[in-house]
Each structure stands twice: as structure tokens, then as C-alpha cells.
Design a protein around this ligand. Structure first.
Ligand code: PEP
Length: 248
């Protein structure tokens, strides 16, 4: 069985004070260990977050460099993330793809270095509104998965985590319906082959305490990657409690 996972993507929000307050408010109110919980603060707060997380909450990064080390000013390596206690890292978030020009090739390289450093990569895939309107959703998602499978192999891809994040649903207040999410999650699982039965596939895109229960009820939705609502500890905790309904 796949234990549900709820991940808080703070994006470029927060402060040292916010880190302390968030972990203090979330830490004590979480459901039991049947629900896995993770937070992704900005790089500069990772070590502080690991110190505050106290073991119950995993800490991860929102991105990493595809190179191991060297003259890459401003970048952060997989080994550095592991060194400060990160357990996971997002690769290929649509904001990175769209605003910073990250293509499938670079995303695949990031997935590979993350896994090699012992981090759990969370590969984000998803279509734009235009691609959905043209009926290309599944083709886009399969292309994004294939790029990583070609680089690391299908089994290694299935050992990572996948987040289906329709680009049109991120930060827009518009959410995929549970049926839309289920269709894509099932296609992702099928593309991963038999090993995909154990792969955690998250949904992301304007998840909140109201829409989370119906999304989590879809059989191939194993949790959520939560942006905006994760900044409010009460909303994030409520989403984690909704996930406990699907815990094995
Ligand atoms: C995200 O940042 O991955 C995300 C899904 O954001 P939001 O929940 O705000 O749509």
C-alpha cells in the first residue's frame, strides 16, 4: 500500500520567523504516522527547517543544480541538500520550466543527480491549458516522463515520486476535477509499468481543505503538492487530515 504524502511548497515565501512559527503550529496537529508530511522552504531556511521539523516532517528543496559541484554561481548541489538533512527535492516544477527555461533534458539530469545523492526526487509533470484544449494532456505527460526514463531507466523513475500538476491549476484557484486527475494519474501509473504500483503520485494545483477530500478519494491520487494553501498552517493541517482518510 502507498502511504499518502502531503508536501508543502512554500515557493519564495517565508522568513526565519515564519519557519519557527510554521513548524510550531503544524507539528503538534498532524494526523498519525500513516500520513507522510514534507515541507519545502526556500534554500536559505532548509537547515533551520530540518532543526525545527523534529523527524515527523520531512524537509526538502524546491530545486537543485544538475551538476555535482564547480563554477556554477548561485546554484545548490544535491550533495549539499543531503548534507543539511533534506530528504527530497522537487525537479521540473512548471514555474522552473516556464520562468527559467528548464527543458526535459535538464529536468532529467536533475532527477538523476538527486537520486544519486540519496534524495527522493519529486518529478513534476503537467500540461498547459492550451495543450489540454488540444487534447494533448496525456502525450505531454508521457513525454515528460519518458525524458527522465531515458536518462535513468524506467525502474529508477518509478522509485522517485511523481507530481501531476496541470499548469493551468497552479496558483489559479482552478483545480482539476477528481475525474481529470484520476485519468492522468492512472496514465502515469500505467506508463511506469509494474513498478509504478508502488510509486507515490501526488496531485498539485490549487489544493485546499475543501477540494482535497474528493481529490484524495480518486484511487490513483496518493496525496498532494500544496503551494498557496500550505502557507497557512491551519489549512495545511486540514489537508493532511483529509489525507489520513486514504491512509492504509
Ligand atoms: C505548487 O506550487 O506546486 C502548487 C500546486 O501551487 P498551488 O497549490 O498554489 O496551486
Amino acid at each position: 500500500m502507498r502511504a499518502p504524502l502531503v508536501v508543502a511548497n512554500w515557493k519564495m515565501h517565508g522568513s526565519a520567523r515564519f519557519v519557527d512559527a510554521w513548524f510550531a503550529q503544524v507539528g503538534d496537529r498532524l494526523p498519525g504516522p500513516g500520513v507522510r508530511v514534507a515541507a519545502l522552504p526556500p534554500f536559505v531556511y532548509l537547515a533551520q527547517a530540518v532543526a525545527r521539523a523534529g523527524g515527523r516532517i520531512l524537509v526538502g528543496a524546491q530545486d537543485l543544480c544538475e551538476h555535482a559541484e564547480g563554477a556554477y554561481t548561485g546554484e545548490v548541489s544535491a550533495a549539499m541538500l543531503a548534507d543539511v538533512g533534506c530528504a527530497l527535492v522537487v525537479v521540473g516544477h512548471s514555474e522552473r520550466r516556464r520562468l527559467y527555461g528548464e527543458d526535459d533534458r535538464r529536468v532529467a539530469a536533475k532527477f538523476a543527480v538527486a537520486q544519486a545523492a540519496g534524495l527522493l526526487p519529486v518529478l513534476c509533470v503537467g500540461e498547459t491549458a492550451e495543450e489540454r484544449a488540444r487534447g494533448e494532456t496525456l502525450a505531454v505527460v508521457r513525454r515528460q516522463l519518458s525524458a527522465v526514463a531515458e536518462r535513468v531507466g524506467g525502474k529508477a523513475l518509478a522509485r522517485g515520486l511523481i507530481a501531476y500538476e496541470p499548469v493551468w491549476a497552479i496558483g489559479s484557484g482552478e483545480t482539476a476535477t477528481p475525474a481529470q486527475a484520476q485519468e492522468v494519474h492512472a496514465a502515469i501509473r500505467a506508463a511506469l509499468g509494474p513498478a509504478g504500483e508502488r510509486t507515490t503520485i501526488l496531485y498539485g494545483g490549487s489544493v485546499n481543505p475543501d477540494n482535497a477530500p474528493a481529490l484524495f478519494a480518486a484511487p490513483d491520487v496518493d496525496g498532494a503538492l500544496v503551494g498557496g494553501a500550505s502557507l497557512d498552517p491551519a489549512q495545511f493541517v486540514a489537508i493532511c487530515h483529509a489525507a489520513s482518510e486514504i491512509a492504509p
